[in-house]
Design a binder for this molecule. Sequence first.
Ligand code: NAD
Length: 361
Amino acid sequence: MEFSVLTLPGDGIGIEVTREAIRVLQHICQKFGHKANLSEALLGGIAIHKTGSPFPAETEALCQQADATLMGAVGLPEFDNWPPEKRPERGLLGIRKTLGVYANLRPVRSYASLLDSSPLKNHLVDGVDMIIVRELTGGIYYGTPRGITEEGSGHRGTNTMTYTTEEIARVTRMSFELARNRRKKVTSVDKSNVLETSQLWRRVVVEVAKEYPDVELNHLLVDNCAMQLVLNPKQFDVVVMENMFGDILSDEGAVLAGSIGMLPSASIGTRKPNGYWVGLYEPVHGSAPDIAGQNKANPLGAIGSVAAMLEYSFGMKEEAAAVNKAMEAVLDSGRVTADLRPKGQPATTEQVGQAVCEAIG
Ligand code: NAD
């Protein structure tokens, strides 16, 4: 198979972890006989330095052409006091909007060698393997009216939570498709005992579920879900929810795995004419200015994002599994970066990337 990938290393450790992710991608392509046509563009602080914009027009055009986009991280301390619309992080919103990625997928799984890094007891975390699907382009973060208005001697703040049938249906369908290739269970999270948007959400989810009679559906209220994630996280396979609930619960899910450096993410949009899903893949972490340029960053979140790209944008399940298995072998071997607190000398970012390639074979 031949495909194109645009890389956007961005700022800080984004550059270091993306380099290792690409090393692994090229290794996989060599082993399985694929050809990845790679190109690179500017995003974030580095793009402001070189072009004046966090999301230059050239980057926008290139990401629309590529079959998939792999991002590092954006953000530089020198821009911390700039207005939001001029900061590097604005590049992130720009690319998500351009690509129309409406579902954010966060795989959360436990690794035997990292059980002690989790804040939960080992027996609760061992065997956790779920995907949290967050609706990414609707809900209260985008709804209008919004704003702060004067009222009497004070003010009133307003935000609006709003969803259409189509917005709910497409992210629900994606969740059922994912579940079909996993343990065939979807949990839909809402607050339908209070919110009308949640009542519509539940109604649409129930309707879409009829297209997938082989997949089990259950519903949880968001407050109960927050509790179940720490009481019994192993019960979950695919968990789908609206934007703000997903923003909050995906971070709760994230801590189950141990270090933030471990976590991949995938943001998925529509299918392209050539059959590939539009996808933006990135580790969950930021640019980590405190360790940038020191070859210390954990690249496994970025490498896991390559595995997600292979699986979701190119349907390469075997290749994705090979990357995930190699990451597990490297974790077991103890050749890991300092954030995972290895017993001996910590490995460098580069050594971990090389170790994953060696483990792939
Ligand atoms: P951060 O994720 O960059 O760092 C938080 C802590 O985790 C730091 O101590 C860092 O050293 C550590 N860490 C993060 N990734 C690591 C890795 N791969 N290996 C080892 N340790 C790692 O979050 P922050 O410090 O709040 O933000 C720094 C900058 O990144 C800010 O400008 C912020 O806006 C930006 N940011 C960008 C993204 C993104 O690009 N998607 C996400 C979050 C934050």
